[in-house]
Design a protein around this ligand. Sequence first.
Ligand SMILES: Cc1cc2nc3c(=O)[nH]c(=O)nc-3n(C[C@H](O)[C@H](O)[C@H](O)COP(=O)(O)OP(=O)(O)OC[C@H]3O[C@@H](n4cnc5c(N)ncnc54)[C@H](O)[C@@H]3O)c2cc1C
Length: 491
Amino acid sequence: MTLAERLPKIFHPWPAVSGLLPTMSLNLNAHFTQLENFGHSLKAPAYRISIKTTEEIYEAFQLARKLELKVTARGTGISYNDASLNGGGIVLDMTGMDQIQEWDSASGLVRCEAGVTLEQLWQKVEPDGWWPPVVSGTMKTTLGGCLAANIHGKNNFQVGPIGEHVIEFTAITPTGALVTCSPKKNEDLFYSMISGLGMLGVFTSITLKMKRIHSGLISVDARPVPNLSRHLSDLCEDAPNYDYIVGWLDTFARGKSLGRGQIHAARNLKEGEDPHPQQTLQLAYQHLPDRLLGVMPKSVLHYFMNPFVNNLGWRGVNFAKYLTALRKHTFKQSHAEFHFLLDYVPDWERSFGRGGLIQYQSFVPKETAEAAWREILLLSQRRKLPSYLGVTKRHRPDDFLLTHGVDGFSLAMDFKVTDRNRKPLSAMLQEFDKIILAAGGRFYFAKNSETSAETAQRFLGYETITKFKRLKQRCDPDNLLESDLYRRLFK
Ligand SMILES: Cc1cc2nc3c(=O)[nH]c(=O)nc-3n(C[C@H](O)[C@H](O)[C@H](O)COP(=O)(O)OP(=O)(O)OC[C@H]3O[C@@H](n4cnc5c(N)ncnc54)[C@H](O)[C@@H]3O)c2cc1C
């Protein structure tokens, strides 16, 4: 029997929720709804409860216990995979906890509720000459989601993941304990709740240290790289001289050109370098550009993207992009433009059609990355299951429990999902996993949807998984917190 067939019976008691919990002071606003991942390739029906306060989270735990349902926290819900899906359970919509509680523009310390987005955050601090220390490629993510996944930015090799910039956070565990953690206080929980995918507790409040900037502009050096070997060696050699580095990789290129692309290496302007910082630091200056990949005008993009989102179309887009990338040049752009490329076209992921898209991101040590990625790029070309977009970054290891960090590189690949390719694509990504494991690589739990429990065990290791499970037993003895991802990887 499918989950959908079982639902009416399982959820029959739901309309009586308030009657079941007469002592509850708060009125939980819940409705049954179909939730999806960012790429619209995975769907899971769940009870969504809109959360405004920490007390409501506690009440939702009580409710879940009574109804024998599992609970998952959800921020914006734009992980590429099933991290914030919980088929048949309760999903806590944290976006209502969206207050910036304290901002000190002298010290750069900010305290926020967990549902505050990166967009809210940078717009608050940037006019005062600060920028979030680590951001994802979209500004739509919440801080709770960012800590749970322990996101990395294009500056991972310099400053580590976002967790390294957290001064303190408060979280509520299913036992009802409100814990405050910092690198010195409840240290074990600090290093495991950050990266812990919301499986040990729910973040309520987060204090972060912002990074000083002296201009609203960033200086970017763009240059082509003719093949994979140069791509990786340039990332490695250039990184120490810059604040940020990111590569675009033409996943369709073959032969001697395999792995060609373009590198964008960027640095913050020094004090005095921008003659008009008061102007460039204004929010109005941080507009997103009107062209995607330097090729397509944004205003008409949504009409035109869909027909291009197939193997032939994206081969053309990648080729055109490489031609525009051939010119080595330096330019300045706003912080928002540089960091949030993927927000240029709202809802761009919908252009992938009914089956949606998934992302496969692998993190591989610098010594083995070239051979491993050569193998997976060739495999995807042989199978005629090409990735439409390839993005590379430089990384370093970190101390968080479920870390994806390595002293090496990451390659993120976006795949279109269709009814026809779903099975062979899944099978191919399992083969990718074997290649990446053999190369000593790791995987990111906010991205990959095909990683198996066996793969997770192999790259995390027995000791790490045992430690995670022991902490889970302490914070969540009844296993109330579960997501589709948790069931896929840890059960
Ligand atoms: C276009 C795009 C670009 C991206 N670029 C990057 C990138 O450059 N670097 C990078 O690292 N990631 C990147 N990501 C991934 C993204 O940053 C993570 O998936 C992030 O977790 C999403 O935030 P969210 O608020 O949508 O969280 P959700 O998807 O809602 O949840 C993610 C995880 O966080 C947990 N969670 C959410 N809120 C809480 C809370 N309050 N307490 C405890 N747990 C919670 C959920 O249970 C789940 O496990 C990108 C995603 C997209 C769509």
